[in-house]
Write a protein that binds this ligand. Structure first.
Ligand SMILES: NC(=O)c1ccc[n+]([C@@H]2O[C@H](COP(=O)([O-])OP(=O)(O)OC[C@H]3O[C@@H](n4cnc5c(N)ncnc54)[C@H](O)[C@@H]3O)[C@@H](O)[C@H]2O)c1
Ligand SMILES: O=C(O)C[C@H](O)C(=O)O
Length: 308
């Protein structure tokens, strides 16, 4: 199992590290445009192998895509991150050009690869990969919901005073400050709805804290987060590589599901060896449907800024 990660920055390196530590891939190639950077990150990570007990071989490449040939899975983390006060949507001008070039280069050397898009604004970048390549839809996956759901669970556990392993919750919709739809009505503490434990006000606070999860960290760090994003990507990669058939909310091209079409947005999907093996349509309340529709309108508006 060969995995390529393009963009050896904060998220790309974190993602490579988690993939290696989980020890399911034979090879991870890190590629970056900055001279020597990916090679340096790869060497540093390889020097953790005996300490962390993994056998995955990590190599680096400065923009040489021949090294990525025959990748089963390719992750795109190349592009600029936001600074405090910015929205993800403001990154479109620079990142669209990068994502378009990178996906073209990847497919040239790995025509059968499954692409996971991470660069922001992620839903629009995922849509761009659809529009600019001829990959089938099940092989183009946007990562956002897995991260947002992890943050939702963190906030739920905090509010409940419960261990995170006792908590279940999912965030669908666009990966944006305004567009996320944390499904609080479905969230549970070991099968008991969280509304049994939390007031309406506290639940709303959890929802709001979740939606600004990325912005909160960006303000604290001066750039956007990388540990949880890297871990979330590694979860998706593992589900595909090991054919786990796990459900994650991922950004995928909708063609009528949830009453939406011609955009990529986060909905629950089953991930296995073929990439997105099924879009799962869950029953939503009228309020949740309205929020998803509003979120989709936001994503479509950003998609409208693409030069296709
Ligand atoms: N979808 C998500 O949930 C999520 C989570 C975190 C970050 N992100 C996004 O991921 C992207 C990367 O974030 P980061 O913190 O790792 O940034 P970073 O600046 O640390 O790393 C980005 C890397 O991309 C490289 N790069 C730029 N252009 C390239 C090209 N054409 N080819 C190859 N490499 C290129 C840069 O040299 C840099 O090393 C940002 O757009 C950020 O907003 C998304
Ligand atoms: O917040 C960001 O800009 C990065 C990423 O989308 C995140 O949610 O951490």
């Amino acid at each position: 199992m060969k995995v390529t990660v393009v963009g050896a920055g904060a998220v790309g390196a974190s993602c490579a590290e988690y993939i290696a530590i989980k020890n399911f891939a034979s090879e991870v190639v890190l590629l970056d445009i900055k001279e020597g950077y990916a090679e340096g990150k790869a060497m540093d990570l390889m020097q953790t192998a005996s300490l962390n007990g993994f056998d995955t071989k990590i190599t680096g490449s400065t923009n040489d895509y021949s090294k990525t040939a025959h990748s089963d899975i390719a992750v795109i983390t190349s592009g600029i991150p936001r600074k405090p006060g910015m929205t993800r949507e403001e990154l479109i001008g620079i990142n669209a050009g990068i994502v378009k070039t990178v996906s073209k280069n990847l497919i040239e050397h790995s025509p059968n690869t499954i692409i996971i898009v991470v660069s922001n604004p992620m839903d629009t970048m995922t849509y761009l990969v659809h529009k600019s390549t001829n990959l089938p839809k099940h092989r183009i996956i946007g990562m956002g919901g897995a991260l947002d759901s992890a943050r939702f669970k963190y906030r739920l556990a905090e509010a409940l005073g419960a261990p995170i392993s006792d908590v279940d919750g999912m965030v669908i919709g666009g990966h944006s400050d305004k567009g996320m739809v944390p499904l609080i009505g479905h969230a549970a503490r070991n099968s008991v709805k969280v509304s049994e434990f939390l007031s309406e006000e506290r639940m709303q606070q959890v929802v709001e804290d979740t939606k600004v999860g990325g912005a909160t960290l960006t303000k604290l760090l001066g750039t956007s987060a990388w540990y949880a994003p890297g871990a979330a990507v590694s979860g998706l990669v593992q589900a595909i590589a090991c054919d786990l058939k796990k459900i994650y909310p991922c950004s995928t091209l909708l063609e009528g599901e949830y009453g939406l079409s011609d955009l990529c947005i986060g909905v629950p999907v089953v991930l296995g060896k073929n990439g997105i093996e099924r879009i799962v349509e869950i029953e939503l309340s009228d309020a949740e449907k309205a929020k998803l529709k509003e979120s989709a309108e936001g994503v479509s508006k950003t998609n409208g800024l693409l030069e296709l």
